[in-house]
Design a protein around this ligand. Structure first.
Ligand code: ANZ
Ligand code: ZN
Length: 854
């Protein structure tokens, strides 16, 4: 018997789908739409297993929803700007555009080989001017709306890549790509005003019910709303005071110092004529701005030589410049209360400052409670605090705020951790920021009629820094306002800019006038199901939520949220292999031998390490293209989908893939064995009555339809496949040439083909055709379970002939009289007794007896 010949079958079906234009999406207001989207890939040149998993999951949803009758949009494109193209240009001397386009062409073919139900006519590539021109227009609209602005800002500077890094690109104080210690620098940057929407971005999370809780929590923490107070302190001998932000105004009587950020205006002013302080500030600046870095660093301060005046006691307290105070949070200044904040306590011990507890846990008193080396951050009653004594913490906060407000020394307020989004990058391979700098007119927006501002096609990467800046001609233009010589902005957008609106572009990808029409976006958006990695839980997803609001406010859209449903898939993992001298080996270089492994080249033993996320650095990668060449796309998809729940990590194993391959062949052979005979030929209708085994299979088939439908709705794809496998086993168990057996088997296999179609689309098309299907499965509606056959509840009914027991049969509880009658008359013993004659009478006692009177 032949094996499933995926090499000829899979491409043939892809051609059929192509010829049918089966996945082209068209707006149709009469039909309910369903927009399913997977995060688009970066065109590195080769797909990896993470892509296969992501796109296989999305494809199941897309095909399932289409079969359920939805008008499905399932597009694909390329997140095509970014650093790797520039690195490749430097290393291999290929222009970034060529490198990127070649990679896209290669990856498109690899993805197509997976048989995804994608509307390729909507493909977009963010590095092409026909894409990025629209975001330049959006940026100009944001400028007009006050949602984009320019200011000097401290940035993380990677001294090797010569670029600004986002805080998340700084890992342990080092650049994520170069590993070089990150420095702080001040640059004039463009910002998008995401903080304008901070509160809305936070509260709307509650309504994103089809998002994972963990992602919503991460966004909540990222936005980081804190309630507290701003308090203004006088500084002895100075005109100007200092404002601090605190979440613990109740601890004001425990204050022992005031600390300024090294970048606080007063710190800078003092540093101007204090070289020691200037050196301290410079040292702090070299440290990087990420919170993580600051959190880890030893807490250090520099006595500023000033004294802050306590707002209630009038006490004079020392002012420090301290490395742990961020200029970009709150007001850039804090009051320190060592007894109730660990950081302040460490600081106080180091600089020998007083530690006065002002909150005592329930049961303790001012005389017996003290703080040694651990700050007390729990609840309790206020002590040592004059008018606050005896109050609980919450009431204490309120009371202090009321007092401050009455005295005009401060007020209650909330602060967000969320910062405005700095979008300027000093790179070539990004979307040019459409602005021209003129000595007399300042930063002038490029007139809309001059868009797009295209990248020059002849960048040079022979020296560090931004090729746009060194380009001989590109930046030299006339000022659009005064006509004098001026210079283009040479920064490009952060590549998160492109991915913040691509889902809208897919709605109307060939529109040349605007990024997308209101009508198209109105029909397709929001995305009903978005699928991708949890690594994007914060930035990409938050920026997209912000962009949607900003576009709404600029009149592009009328929705708030881009993605109503979000699913974050787990990672694809593999064991790791190492030679005894510590060199990583690819799985393809190793043979597993029970518990251990040996190296193929020389048979030497290999150390097997635990399973970890597939990564090139550990070489524990399996190339999807190899797998597809060996087993076909359907087997790869099936294994990916069946092995573990989609939100969990998946362990890629050779034996797992082989298991999937065996299953594919088992059902293939089972159908082929019979396809030219009884199963394929006539599509006989269901026999009126089925014998018990055939009926049991029919029931199981309906139950499987029901179960799988529910599983697919809930992303329980592995469970769905397990059910289908059980059904396949049951079909294989029902051998025999009886008419009703054949019918039940065919019904079973047809159902297997239809239910498995979203997972293994090529194989199931071919099975369907052999089972006598005349039209491809791709346009078919999803099977519907007969609710009557799902009822578990059965009763055993006695079948009598003239009052004598002749048989017992199982019937659904409360079966209709006619059903019970038919079942009784179909019994062998009854048929014999009747001998071809009609009974005189049939008496049915529901759920108990059928008496056939002859
Ligand atoms: C006094 C105080 C007493 C504080 C106490 C805490 C405990 P979250 O929750 O993150 O908002 N803070 C304020 N601005 C800061 C800045 N720019 N850099 C570093 N730290 C800053 O934390 C707010 C608390 O962090 C504030 O409350 C302030 O210290 C500190 F027993 O003020 B607290
Ligand atoms: Zn000008």
């Amino acid at each position: 018997m032949s094996r499933y010949d995926f090499r000829s079958i899979e491409p043939r079906w892809r051609q059929v789908w192509d010829d049918l234009n089966a996945f082209a999406a068209h707006e149709d207001p009469k039909r309910e739409k369903y927009y399913v989207l997977e995060m688009f890939p970066y065109p590195s040149g080769r797909i990896h297993m993470g892509h296969v998993r992501n796109y296989a999951l999305g494809d199941v949803v897309a095909r399932f929803k289409a079969a359920r009758g939805y008008n499905v949009l399932h597009p694909m494109g390329w997140d095509a700007f970014g650093l790797p193209a520039e690195n490749a240009a430097i290393e291999n001397k290929v222009p970034p555009a060529d490198w990127t386009r070649q990679n896209i062409a290669a990856m498109r073919e690899q993805l197509k080989g997976l048989g995804l139900s994608i509307d390729w006519s909507r493909e977009v590539s963010t590095c092409e001017p026909d894409y990025y021109r629209h975001e330049q227009k959006m940026f100009l609209d944001f400028l007009k709306a006050g949602l984009a602005y320019r200011r000097e800002a401290w940035v993380n500077w990677d001294p090797v890549d010569h670029t600004v890094l986002a805080n998340e690109q700084v890992i342990d104080g080092k650049g994520w790509r170069t590993g070089a210690p990150v420095e702080k620098r001040q640059l004039s940057q463009w910002f998008l005003k995401i903080t304008h929407y901070a509160d809305d971005l936070l509260t709307a999370l509650d309504r994103l019910e089809r998002w994972p809780d963990k992602v919503r929590l991460m966004q909540r923490n990222w936005i980081g709303k804190s309630s507290g107070a701003r308090i203004r302190f006088d500084i002895a001998g100075r005109e100007e005071g200092v404002e601090v932000f605190t979440t613990r105004p109740d601890t004001i009587f425990g204050m022992s110092f005031l600390a300024l950020s090294p970048n606080h205006p007063i710190a800078e002013e003092l540093a101007a004529d204090n070289p020691e302080l200037a050196a301290f500030v410079a040292e702090c600046n070299a440290m990087g701005t990420s919170e993580e870095t600051i959190e880890r660093a030893e807490k250090r301060g520099f006595a500023a030589g000033l004294e802050a005046v306590h707002p209630f006691t009038g006490a004079r307290l020392p002012v420090y410049v301290a490395n742990f105070v961020l200029m970009e949070y709150g007001t850039g200044a804090v009051f320190g209360c060592p007894a109730h904040d660990q950081r302040d306590l460490d600081f106080a011990r180091k600089y020998d400052l007083s530690v006065v507890p002002v909150v005592a846990p329930e049961g303790a008193t001012a005389s017996d409670f003290s703080v040694a080396n651990e700050a007390y951050v729990g609840p309790g009653r206020l002590i040592n605090s004059e008018f606050l004594d005896g109050l609980d913490v919450e009431t204490g906060k309120q009371t202090v705020i009321e007092r401050l407000e009455a005295d005009g020394r401060g007020q209650g307020t909330t602060t967000f951790r969320l910062r405005d989004w700095g979008v300027s990058r000093q790179r070539y391979w990004g979307c040019p920021i459409p602005v021209i700098h003129c000595d007399s007119c300042g930063a002038v927006p490029v007139p809309e009629s001059d868009l797009p501002v295209e990248l020059p096609e002849d960048p040079r990467f022979d020296k560090p820094g931004n090729p746009l800046d060194h380009h001989p001609t590109w930046k030299h233009v006339a000022c659009p306002k005064c006509g004098e010589p001026a210079e283009r902005e040479t920064d490009t957008f952060d590549t998160f800019f492109e991915s913040s609106w691509y889902f809208a572009r897919y709605c109307d990808p060939r529109n040349e006038k605007v990024g997308f029409s209101q009508d198209a976006a109105g029909y397709w958006l929001p995305v009903d199901q978005y699928i991708g990695g949890v690594e994007h839980a914060v930035l990409h997803l938050l920026y997209s939520r912000f962009f949607t609001r900003a576009l709404r406010d600029c009149g592009y859209l009328d929705i708030d949220e881009p993605f109503t449903g979000l699913f974050t898939q787990g990672m694809v993992c593999h064991e790791t292999f190492k030679t005894p001298d510590g060199k990583w080996l690819f799985p393809s270089e190793v043979t597993r031998t029970g518990e251990g492994a040996t190296r193929d080249s020389d048979g030497t033993p290999v150390t097997v390490g635990r399973s970890e996320k597939m990564s090139k650095s550990r070489k524990n990668v399996v190339d999807p293209v190899d797998i597809i060449e060996t087993y076909g796309a359907d087997t790869a998809r099936l294994f990916m989908l069946s092995d573990s729940p989609p939100d969990r990590d998946l362990e890629w194993t050779e034996s797992g893939v082989e298991g999937a391959w065996r299953y594919v062949n088992r059902i293939w052979r089972a159908v082929m064995d019979e396809a030219d005979g009884p199963l394929g030929v006539a599509r006989a209708p269901r026999p009126k009555t089925l014998s018990a085994p055939a009926e049991a299979l029919e029931r199981q088939t309906h139950k499987t339809i029901d179960g799988v439908t529910g599983d697919l709705e809930k992303f329980h794809f592995n469970r769905a496949i397990a059910r289908i496998r059980e059904l396949s086993n049951a079909i294989l168990d029902l051998s025999g040439a009886e008419e009703d057996f054949i019918w039940a088997r065919r019904f079973g296999w047809e159902t297997v083909a239809r239910l498995l179609n979203p997972m293994t689309p090529h194989l199931t098309e071919e099975l369907w055709r052999h089972l006598g299907g005349t039209e491809p499965l791709v346009g078919h509606h999803w099977p519907v379970a007969d609710p009557g056959l799902l009822v578990e509840d059965k009763v055993t009914v006695a079948i009598q002939v003239n009052g004598k027991l002749r048989a017992t049969i199982d019937l659904p509880r409360d079966a209709e009289k006619r059903v019970a009658e038919d079942a009784a008359l179909a019994e062998e013993n009854v048929r014999r007794a009747l001998d071809g004659k009609a009974p005189r009478k049939v008496i049915v006692v529901p759920n108990r007896i059928v008496n056939v009177v002859i």
